[in-house]
Design a protein around this ligand. Structure first.
Ligand code: ATP
Ligand code: MG
Length: 263
């Protein structure tokens, strides 16, 4: 479903601040895979999402989604295939519009209809049913301005917005990181439910190693713009948080053993 080949992204090219954020990165993800991504601050995780969704152009390499080369496709065009949720619950929604209006805009955009056109009754019911399926009672808050919802409620609505029409790819960038532990747990459960029920190809960035191992089918670790660990199946099932931390330390130590880093 997603094929990333030899992608490089350099920030502040040809300056003293030049920084290689994605370093010849290769990643292939099959349809229906749910991949969790871990890695230290500055490892390049969000940059990877930015080049996949077209927020940032990559400097070289190719990105293919469902067989189509999207390397140079503008972000707004990719947005109808790629759902993305950020850490900040305020991002990705229009705070002064109601829950219902936000969902309608998301729906119309996904089916490439004019967002100024009134949705049909059938479409309205379709949207309401998806909201009701969250079991959070949000179908009764359809006329509430979305900015007035709590962070957890808002991330739950954003999840529905991103998946109302099945995206080819769902990108979750620490989407529970700013929530309290109970809300985070419930949004993670919802994520798992929605992803599984719809068999959505998903990439989820998290700093919570235990969630990274518990959810999804495969876990990758990024470091210095590259994928340094890629585990799935039996190997992943038997792994504890401690094992992952050890692997991470090994990678880090190796980095400092490297002459290039020391020099
Ligand atoms: N727009 C930008 N301009 C300049 N440098 C950037 C930009 N975006 C990211 N970087 C740099 O690229 C590197 C990777 O950043 P990125 O945001 O991808 O890290 P991350 O793995 O998502 O980290 P975190 O876990 O802290 O979110 C960092 O060194 C960062 O400073
Ligand atoms: Mg990030």
């Amino acid at each position: 479903m997603l094929k990333i080949e030899s992608v490089n992204k350099v920030f502040n090219k040809n300056t003293l601040d030049s920084h290689l954020s994605l370093n010849n990165l290769n990643l292939t993800i099959s349809e229906g895979e749910f991949v969790t991504i871990i890695g230290g601050n500055g490892a390049g995780k969000s940059t990877l999402f930015n080049v996949i969704s077209g927020t940032l152009p990559c400097d070289s390499g190719t990105i293919k989604l469902d067989g189509q080369d999207i390397t140079y496709m503008p972000e707004y065009k990719r947005a109808s295939y790629i759902g993305r949720i950020f850490q900040d619950p305020m991002k990705g929604t229009a705070p002064n519009l109601t829950v219902g209006e936000n969902l309608i805009i998301a729906y119309m955009r996904s089916v490439k209809k004019n967002i100024l056109k009134m949705p049909s009754k059938k479409e309205k019911n379709y949207i309401k049913d998806h909201l009701a399926a969250l079991n959070l009672g949000l179908e009764d808050r359809i006329n509430t301005k979305i900015g007035l919802l709590s962070g957890g409620q808002r991330q739950a609505v954003t999840l529905v917005m991103a998946t109302l029409v099945k995206p080819k790819l769902l990108l979750l960038d620490e989407h529970t990181a700013s929530l309290d532990p109970i809300s985070a747990e419930s949004v993670l459960k919802l994520t798992d439910k929605i992803v599984h029920e719809n068999n959505i190809t998903t990439l989820m960035i998290t700093h919570n190693i235990s969630s990274a191992l518990m959810l999804g089918t495969r876990t990758i670790m990024m470091d210095s713009g590259n994928i340094v660990i890629d585990i799935e199946g039996h190997e992943r099932e038997g792994l504890s948080v401690q094992d992952v931390l050890q692997k991470f330390n090994k990678v880090k130590n190796k980095e400092f053993d490297d002459d290039n880093v020391l020099l």
